[in-house]
Design a protein around this ligand. Structure first.
Ligand code: ATP
Ligand code: MG
Ligand code: MG
Ligand code: MG
Length: 467
């Protein structure tokens, strides 16, 4: 059985609607009234206060297809894009939720039933993980569902205790994996080869039980709840018989559009995948009100756009191409997300402006980086070069690191941070001198690229890179 992404989305929502769940439209990528979170990174985010008990709805079961971005904050997959078959900066999470209604047993049964009966996935290709001490979940999977015990593994906190962020609702979880077969490299969950793309996590069932406090204390929730999330792109790959999300209908269309715009024939180019990924996150972030800037969310957006532009440049694009992909995105996703078409012009303008701005310094910066790479004796690009690229040519640190990674080298992040600090204290000192002298210092610092405010907080930039 093969299904399009759109068919899977509606099959999921209808399955849970038939079982008493309210279909709730996707919320914004910008979490409302929540400073703890950079972007909506999971389907549960719009329901956070419902889990905590401070927001009451007139339903106790809900289902949604939530747009998510993982490019900063606790869950950050930016560095995975282009390197794994399954990670995106933007993806859709299909979820079913119970707010003090059903719990573990029903959540497990629903998920198994949906996968094996609705989607008709072969049971023998499914593997399960549980939180190491969760005997109850083990019992349900093995004795009630009938998954062989050797396909159920107990995993520790890092992977099987889910939290939205450093604080907020959390709990032990159980994840369902699909085995893509021996032609793909990788091992089952819990083995050293688990990071390969053979056994891919498709669905996470979180048994919400606690509210993590700022000090780390785990406060039990008044009502045990359920939060599940299944990546639409990952299940689409399975339903379309392909081993990578990038081979699915949605991504192939975007990759072809990108190939046409930059003028390449080889659809397997890694850079095309990155561009196809990035046009989704950038467009949706703009739809939800983010614009490129030098701090916070806006700087994440700027970083993603510039990475896309650099990948286009690598493929030979010599004029703005990224904004032209919005049209193809609307063809693919406009039906599910009418706000894309409603904002088409705004998205295109913001992207084009950023492309044009970066184009002024990209080429020079790249040739400086190239020189540095060819003169490099070790495998670390010095921090002052990364800083110069950042400060003068508008290269976010992660972009320099992305180029470096392609050449098998790293960037001295500490050296970068030190150079940034140094410049800040120089600027501070300068502002204490007489007017004339400070003018002189400032004019010395005038650089070709003027996109960054002098007050930019270095710690934030470095932090963004580390996340
Ligand atoms: P992984 O271990 O593969 O990084 P995860 O455990 O971080 O996934 P969860 O936080 O459990 O992911 O999110 C629920 C589901 O959302 C996952 O099971 C997966 O199907 C999907 N998902 C998570 N991250 C991504 C991503 N970056 N791109 C696409 N789908 C994702
Ligand atoms: Mg992850
Ligand atoms: Mg995982
Ligand atoms: Mg998971």
């Amino acid at each position: 059985m093969t299904m399009t992404s759109a068919e899977i989305r509606s099959a999921f929502l209808n399955y849970f609607a038939d079982r008493g769940h309210e279909i709730v439209p996707s919320g914004s990528l910008i979490p409302h009234n929540d400073d703890t979170l950079l972007f909506t990174n999971a389907g549960m985010v719009p329901f956070k206060d419902v889990f905590l008990g401070s927001d009451k709805r007139n339903y106790t079961r809900a289902t949604s297809a939530q747009r998510c971005v993982r490019a900063g904050g606790k869950h950050n997959d930016l560095e995975n894009v282009g390197y794994t078959a399954r990670h995106h900066t933007f993806f859709e999470m299909l979820g079913n939720f119970s707010f003090g209604d059903y719990f573990k047993r029903e959540a497990i049964q629903y998920s198994w039933d949906f996968l094996t009966k609705e989607l008709k996935l072969p049971a023998e290709k499914l593997w399960v993980t549980i939180f190491e001490t969760d005997d109850e979940a083990h019992d349900i999977w093995v004795n009630e569902i009938g998954v062989p015990a050797d396909r159920v593994s107990r995993i520790g906190e890092k992977d099987n205790f889910w939290s939205m962020g450093d604080t907020g609702p959390c709990g032990p979880c159980s994840e369902i994996f699909f085995d893509h077969g021996e032609e793909v490299w990788g091992g089952p969950p819990g083995t050293p080869e688990e990071d390969g793309d053979r056994y891919i996590e498709i669905w996470n069932l979180v048994f919400m039980q606690y509210n993590r406090q700022p000090g780390g204390e785990m406060q039990p929730l008044a009502k045990q709840s359920i939060d599940t999330g299944m990546g639409l792109e990952r299940i689409a790959a399975i339903m379309q018989g392909v081993h990578s999300n990038y081979e699915t209908d949605t991504f192939q269309a975007l990759i072809k559009a990108a190939a046409t715009q930059v003028g390449v024939d080889d659809l397997q180019e890694q850079s095309l995948r990155v561009i196809a990924d990035h046009i989704r996150s950038c467009s949706f972030l703009i739809v939800d009100g983010v614009l490129p800037s030098n701090e916070g969310r806006g700087y994440v957006l700027r970083r993603i756009i510039r990475r896309a532009v650099r990948h286009g440049n690598k493929l030979g694009a010599d004029e703005p191409f990224f904004y032209r992909l919005v049209d193809g995105l609307i063809k693919e996703m406009g039906e599910a997300y009418p706000e894309l078409a409603q904002n088409q012009q705004r998205i295109e303008q913001a992207l084009l402006q950023e492309e044009q701005q970066f184009a002024r310094t990209l080429q020079r910066g790249l040739s400086i980086l190239d020189d540095a790479l060819s003169e490099l004796s070790g495998d670390i690009i010095p921090g002052d070069i990364a800083f110069k690229l950042y400060d003068t040519y508008g290269f976010p640190l992660d972009l320099t690191a992305d180029v470096a990674r392609e050449r098998g080298v790293k960037v001295d992040e500490q050296g970068f941070a030190d150079a940034m600090d140094e410049q800040r204290s120089r600027a501070q000192q300068a502002s204490q001198f007489t007017t004339d002298y400070s003018k002189q210092i400032k004019s010395e610092q005038v650089t070709e690229f003027s996109g960054y405010a002098q007050s930019e907080d270095s710690s934030e930039v470095v932090e963004l890179f580390h996340e």
